[in-house]
Design a protein around this ligand. Structure first.
Ligand SMILES: C=C(O[C@@H]1C=C(C(=O)O)C=C[C@H]1O)C(=O)O
Ligand SMILES: NC(=O)CC[C@H](N)C(=O)O
Length: 748
């Protein structure tokens, strides 16, 4: 029988959000290995068993829940009892270790004090997995642990442990089976903050596995594509251009957009927006506003009746496309993502490489679009007849202001649009030289509404009770962190609509009272959306050589007169709780990024303290830029694929993502809708930039339907990450601080 030289690993994923980090670690530690990743419920054991002969080893990943619960552990629990014919070396992580533990007489217990995103010193035997290894500082994500009664002639041997002192006493961190080829660690070797116990432990496992296989004459069968057709292709080799959506022709055969540049350092963005139609309630308008640092570009999209509008409702097999007053529906080829990809494929163009947006799609996507991508059923409350879950305009004419250089770029994708480009230039130049009123620039709190609005706020008792319930899920091991949120509503009694947009005035007020780098005003009927978000979800540069960057925020301190930057740094970086919150999301996002871009993922900023108008926040930055030129061709939509597979934003869910979203659905009172989703753009050059919809509010109405005398209802959401270390009162305050940052614009 021929021996297959390529190390093949079967990585069994128990629906965790760190699985691709583990795959990346295996790839680093075991040269040339190919990793097939399956969910723990893909096969029954009798179907999996014959496939094991094609693998060199199995890696059992971490996951939510308990190894004693059949649905949580899936097929894994059977692996340990395979007969000697079918034995295969196995490396387990966390839930994997716990499953090994209970299979051979270990007791599964809850920790007194759970450890999520915290770093412990791991002591070890210096043998087996820990051979040649010095100090280990390891990240832990667990609520459960294994205890061995070694006096009973246990088949397992402890290899590593940590001393949690008064919290939990000694906790097992590494195990091996005395005769079978099974090894496992309780901590997370793949976490970005684990030091000393990652690559080298995996390398030791591989050496142990190979020598056990040699000693027991275990042969790996040559790869047989037919027999293995039911397995997914190996990672990272599966990431190839063919697996990515195609973005159209190569850049060198594209038309060049029309553009003019004016140096106007004192450009008044709100005034420019008004000259271009922002104040006209009846026309659609989009403005992506870098209203504070570190935002650099602000984008005004000039929409007119010929512009294409795209709306999509969750669960609907159609997408609605409107233009020139007509609306038609188109059946989706497979899903909305593929449709949008096709739509953009035929609209590629080329412009000034220094400007991130040349025209393209601008708008928002709801949280539920992302939830759907996790294969979680929508809540029954989600009907078609609500509001669009995806609402985008294809913007051909844009004004882009570069806050760094003071240059204004007027651009059009249309052929023969030089008249619009030059007239818009003239208009904006003129406006720059005429004094603007403060009201026009900043807005005022006063709008057309005379009557006082009714404000409905989250109830403290209810929110605290939800935090307590969330904590139960953290203690049981079902989640490591839950981003709990609540909604507020501001209702203005019906007033006859006016030409002059009151929401635009409101937005100007918001951007002056809570300036933010990812601010936005998006009026795409029936929805009006305004944001003062501090958080970028993802940006991806134009292909080829796309760089994907995600910038999760986790860790918040409210600004007050007493809180200086130094104090905020101490409160954030000096707090195990805040850093743990951030670390968990960094690890989750690394996983999301590794899945699409392969091995080339880096954390370029870890827990930087950034100052915003009302809060200090801990911000990390994770980047991926695959070196592989086949993925990096100018024809692939790497960024779009990363966006699709990374929703909903990890910072708005918690980890592990899928289980956490399910738990949050059961805890929160309403679906999130637009809140917690994303907004931003997809440029015709292939790049994109999408922000997280927080510190934002929205309303749905159609000003053309004057016969319906509906109230004007603005909805806003706010929340924060709940961890086992959360103090409910402090979480309640944090959520309110975030709500207030937007409520200020309503003077309620
Ligand atoms: C949930 C919100 O914010 C999220 C939660 C944060 C936190 O827990 O520290 C910080 C930024 C956001 O990712 C919100 O603003 O509503
Ligand atoms: N990271 C994990 O695999 C966690 C395992 C288990 N759910 C626990 O909390 O202990």
């Amino acid at each position: 029988m021929a021996v297959d030289e390529t190390p093949r690993l079967l990585l069994i994923d128990s629906y965790d959000s760190f699985t691709f980090n583990l795959a990346a670690l295996c790839h680093r530690a075991i040269p040339g290995c190919l990793i097939h990743i399956i969910k723990n419920d893909l096969f029954e054991f009798k179907r999996l068993l014959p496939l094991l002969k094609f693998f060199s080893a199995v890696v059992v990943g971490p996951g939510p829940g308990s190894p004693e619960v059949a649905e949580d552990i899936g097929v894994v629990k059977h692996l340990w009892n395979a007969d000697s014919e079918n034995l295969i070396p196995i490396f387990g992580v966390c839930l994997g270790l716990q499953s090994l533990g209970i299979a051979f007489g270990g007791r599964l217990l809850r920790l007194n004090v759970v450890k999520h995103g915290q770093i412990s010193t791991v002591h070890h035997s210096g043998t087996d997995l820990f051979w040649g290894i010095g100090t280990v500082q390891a990240v832990r994500y667990h609520s459960l642990h294994i205890q061995l009664d070694e006096s009973l002639g246990c088949e397992l041997e402890k290899l590593a442990w940590t001393s949690d002192l008064a919290d939990n006493g000694e906790v097992i961190m590494g195990l091996k089976h005395k005769t079978r080829p099974f090894w496992a660690v309780q901590y997370h070797p793949e976490s970005v903050c684990t030091n000393g116990g990652s690559d080298c432990v995996l390398r030791n496992f591989w050496i142990l596995a190979q020598s056990w296989s040699a000693k027991h004459n275990r042969k790996v069968l040559p790869w047989n594509a037919n027999a293995l057709a039911s397995l997914p292709p190996p990672w990272p080799a599966s990431i190839s251009a063919s697996a990515l959506p195609v973005s159209g022709p190569e850049t060198d055969c594209l038309s060049t957009i029309l553009a003019s540049v004016h140096h106007l350092p004192h450009f008044q963005l709100p005034l420019a927006c008004e000259l271009l139609g922002a104040a006209d309630e009846h026309s659609p308008f989009v403005f992506l506003d870098s209203a504070a640092e570190p935002g650099r570009f602000s984008i005004i999209g000039c929409i007119n009746p010929m512009s294409v509008g795209i709306t999509y409702y969750m669960g609907c097999p159609y997408v609605f496309v409107s233009s020139e007053g007509q609306k038609r529906q188109e059946r989706l080829p497979s899903d909305i993502w593929a449709w949008l990809s096709d739509f953009m494929c035929s609209r590629k163009a080329r412009g000034n490489a220094d400007i991130p947006f040349w025209g393209g799609l601008v708008g928002y996507m709801s949280y539920e679009v992302g939830v759907d991508g996790l294969d979680i059923p929508l809540l029954p409350s989600m009907g078609h007849e609500r509001y669009p879950d995806i609402n985008l305009a294809f913007v051909e004419r844009t004004v882009v202001f570069d806050h760094e250089t003071g240059d204004v770029h007027i651009q059009s994708l249309r052929l023969d649009d030089s008249v619009w480009v030059s007239e818009t230039g003239r208009l904006l130049l003129k406006a720059c030289h005429s004094p603007a009123s403060t009201t026009s620039l900043n807005g005022t709190s006063g709008t057309r509404h005379k009557a006082k609005p009714v404000l409905s706020l989250p109830q403290k008792d209810r929110y605290i009770a939800q935090i307590e319930k969330a904590k139960e899920f953290l203690l049981s091991g079902d989640s490591y962190e839950l981003c709990l949120t609540a909604r507020a509503r501001i209702t203005f009694p019906f007033q006859p609509p006016t030409e002059k947009s009151s929401s635009w005035t409101r937005y100007k007020h918001l951007r002056s009272v809570n300036p933010a780098p990812h601010a936005a005003y998006i009026r795409l009927h029936p929805t009006t959306f305004m944001s003062s978000s501090p958080e970028r979800f993802i940006s991806y540069s134009r292909p080829p050589n796309t760089l994907c960057q995600l910038r999760p925020i986790k860790g918040t301190v409210r600004k007050t007169a007493q809180i200086t930057r130094e104090i905020a740094e101490e409160m954030l970086i000096g707090s195990a709780k805040e850093v743990a919150e951030n670390l968990m999301i960094v690890d989750l996002i690394r996983h999301d990024l590794h899945r699409v871009v392969g091995v080339d993922v880096k954390v370029t900023q870890f827990c930087g303290v950034e100052e915003y108008h009302t809060v200090y926040q801990l911000v990390s930055s994770i980047e991926g830029r695959p070196k592989d030129s086949s993925i990096q061709s100018s024809k692939t939509n790497l960024g779009w694929e990363t966006l699709r597979t990374s929703l909903p934003p990890g910072s708005m869910t918690g980890a592990p993502k899928k289980r956490s979203v399910e738990i949050l659905q059961s805890l929160e009172d309403d679906d999130r809708g637009i809140y917690s989703g994303i907004f931003g753009y997809w440029c015709v050059g292939g790049g994109g930039d999408w922000s997280v919809t927080i510190r934002s509010c929205f309303k749905h109405e159609d000003p053309c339907k004057t016969d319906i005398k509906s109230d004007e209802v603005w909805v806003l959401g706010a929340g924060g990450a709940i961890t086992a270390l959360s103090d409910p009162e402090a979480e309640w305050d944090e959520m309110n601080t975030k709500l207030q940052s937007v409520l200020k614009a309503f003077d309620v």
